[in-house]
Ligand binder design. Structure first.
Ligand code: 3PG
Length: 205
């Protein structure tokens, strides 16, 4: 799936999952899916991340599951081998772009400044993660200069930011972990996670 369609499918939220116990992966993904979310990002921040992703892909093939926090070129092939359908990085480098192209995995690179946006655009990317997220006003300014680019703002976003950000024409979805922060995942409070996902979908309308 191309990144533009993938971000549209993730509407309103691409949740970031930090999983440190593989047995939590399937109940977590199930709660998010029941809460209305269809695309999940498993952060490569724990040694169990890839095993968790593989387990989710097998148990819930209707979901689209990728890796997040990808910072090393070699991680593209590892993610692909684990069954990842896309990858997200906090930044953009030529080496990462080459590795993404080599393995063919759809990639959402991260940018923060207009110069970084130009670099990614010139390398052929039209969907970018805006990290850390900017305010709606700043995104509006980017829309004026980069009308053809789509941004997924991520980092510090809360439920109350959703409506403003999603109202912007250059924001197909937002990213974040507030619906499933690591403490809620660890405590196995999937009812609360499902509720937060439902709330996010309701707030987005
Ligand atoms: C990311 O890598 O996408 C961010 O760390 C997520 O940010 P959040 O945890 O503040 O939502």
């Amino acid at each position: 799936m191309r990144m533009k369609s993938l971000l549209r499918r993730a509407y309103p939220l691409l949740p970031l999952l930090q999983i440190d116990k593989p047995c939590l992966a399937i109940p977590l993904a199930t709660a998010l899916h029941e809460g209305g979310l269809n695309v999940l990002e498993v952060a490569l921040r724990t040694p169990q991340a890839l095993a968790a992703l593989t387990a989710i892909r097998k148990a819930l093939p209707q979901l689209c599951v990728g890796v997040g926090s990808l910072t090393l070129p070699a991680q593209f092939q590892q993610a692909m081998d684990a069954g990842a359908q896309f990858a997200v990085s906090p930044g953009f480098t030529r080496k990462l772009a080459d590795a993404a192209a080599d393995c063919g995995l759809p990639w959402l690179p991260g940018v923060m400044t207009p110069s970084e946006i130009l670099g990614a655009q010139q390398a052929g990317f039209s969907c970018l993660k805006l990290f850390p997220a900017l305010t709606g006003g700043a995104l509006q300014s980017l829309l004026a200069v980069f009308p053809d680019l789509q941004f997924c703002p991520t980092g510090g976003i809360k439920a109350t930011d959703l409506a403003d950000l999603l109202a912007l024409a250059n924001v197909p979805c937002v990213g974040g972990s507030w619906v499933c922060p690591p403490d809620l995942i660890r405590s196995g409070d999937f009812a609360q996670i499902r509720k937060r996902a439902l709330e996010a979908c309701a707030l987005a309308g």
